[in-house]
Design a protein around this ligand. Sequence first.
Ligand SMILES: *Cc1c(COP(=O)(O)O)cnc(C)c1O
Length: 385
Amino acid sequence: MTHNFETRAIHDGQAFDPTTGAVVPPIYQTSTFVQDGIGGFRGGYEYGRSANPTRDSLQTVLASLEGGSAAFSFASGLAAEDALLRAVLTPGSRVIMGNDVYGGTHRLVSRVWGPWGVALETVDMSDLDAVRAAARPGETTVLWVETPSNPLMKISDIAALAEIGHAAGALVVVDNTFASPYVQQPIALGADVVVHSTTKYLGGHSDTLGGALVVNDDALAEKVGFVQFGVGAVSAPMEAWLTVRGIKTLGVRIDRHSENAQAIAEAVVSHPAVEDVYYPGLPSHPGHELAARQMRRFGGMLSVAVRGGGAAARLFAESTEVFQLAESLGGVESLIGYPSEMTHASVRGTELEVPDTIVRLSVGIESIDDLLADVVQALDRVHGA
Ligand SMILES: *Cc1c(COP(=O)(O)O)cnc(C)c1O
C-alpha cells in the first residue's frame, strides 16, 4: 500500500533499528564497515563515501517525496548542482537558465563551468516564447528552471517548460528549494531532475547544510551515482540525520509558513512605506493563477519593494526584532534579508542584479501576531523617517 505524503515523510527510509528496536534509526557515525571475509559486505556497505545507512535513509525519503526512482545527497546544494553538471555536461554544452536563478547557480555555471567550454544563456522563464527561441534543438544540453524565483517570486510553468526543453533534446532540471516537495513535485510535471538545497525548507531548522538530486531514470542515476562516489562531496551522517529529522515535519511547517506569509503579505500591501509586495498568494501577483494550479501552498517566502529608495529599504531590513537579519531561508525562525548587498551581492552588475529597494522575508512559524507587529513597527519607522 502506498501511503500519502505526510506518512511517507515520517516513515520512508526510517524503519526502526532491528538490533535494539529504537524507533529512530541511529546515526551511523562511521567511515568504514567490517567485511565478513574479503568482499563480504553486510547490507552492501563498504566505505562511507560510497554509502552510509544514514545517508541512504535520507536518499530514500527524498526519492519517495519527489516521486523519483533515486536520490543522491550532498554536502550542500551547490555540491549537488555541481555533481549533476559533471554528470551531464561536456565541452561545448549549452545551459539555459532563468534570468533570476539563485546567484550561486549562475556563478557555478558561468565562472566555474564557463572556462571548461560550457556556454550559458539566461532568459525570462515566464516568457515561454522566449524560452522556445533560446532552446535551440540539438544545441541545448540543460534547461534549468527555478520556481518560485528569488527574490521576486516569479512563477514558471514547469509542465510547459519541460515540454519545450524536451522538444529541444535538453535535460530539464528544476530547483525545488523554495517550494519543497510538499508544495510541488516537478518530476510528475515532466522534469527529469529535481535539485535541492536541503539547507532550507527540508532541513527546516537552520542547523545543517545539505543538497540533493532526485532523478527518475536509471541511466542518469548511474551517472550521478558515479560522480557522487568519484568526486565525493557527500553529506556526512550527522547532517543527513538532521535533514531526515527536519523532513518529518515538512508538511505542517509549510502549512504554517504559508499561512503566516499570506497574512503578512495581505497586511503590508497597503502600508504607506510599501511600494509593492511579491507573494504568489496575492491575486495581484502576475503568477497567482499559475501558482494556484501548480503549487499546493504558496509558501513562506515574500519580498517587499520599499518606498523611498535604498536607504529606506535598508532601514526596514535593520529595524525588525523577531525577524533576524541573516542570509538563507526556510527555517522555523523568521529571517529578513537585503538581497542587493547580501544574497545577491555576487550578481551585481549582471542581469540578475536585484533593485536596492527590495527586502526579502523568510517567514517563520512563530506567532503570527508577533510577526505582524514586528513587520508593521519596522515599516512605521521607515514611513516616519
Ligand atoms: C541556497 C540555495 C542554493 C544553494 O544551496 P547551498 O546549500 O547553499 O549550497 C541553491 N538554490 C537555491 C534556490 C537556494 O536557495
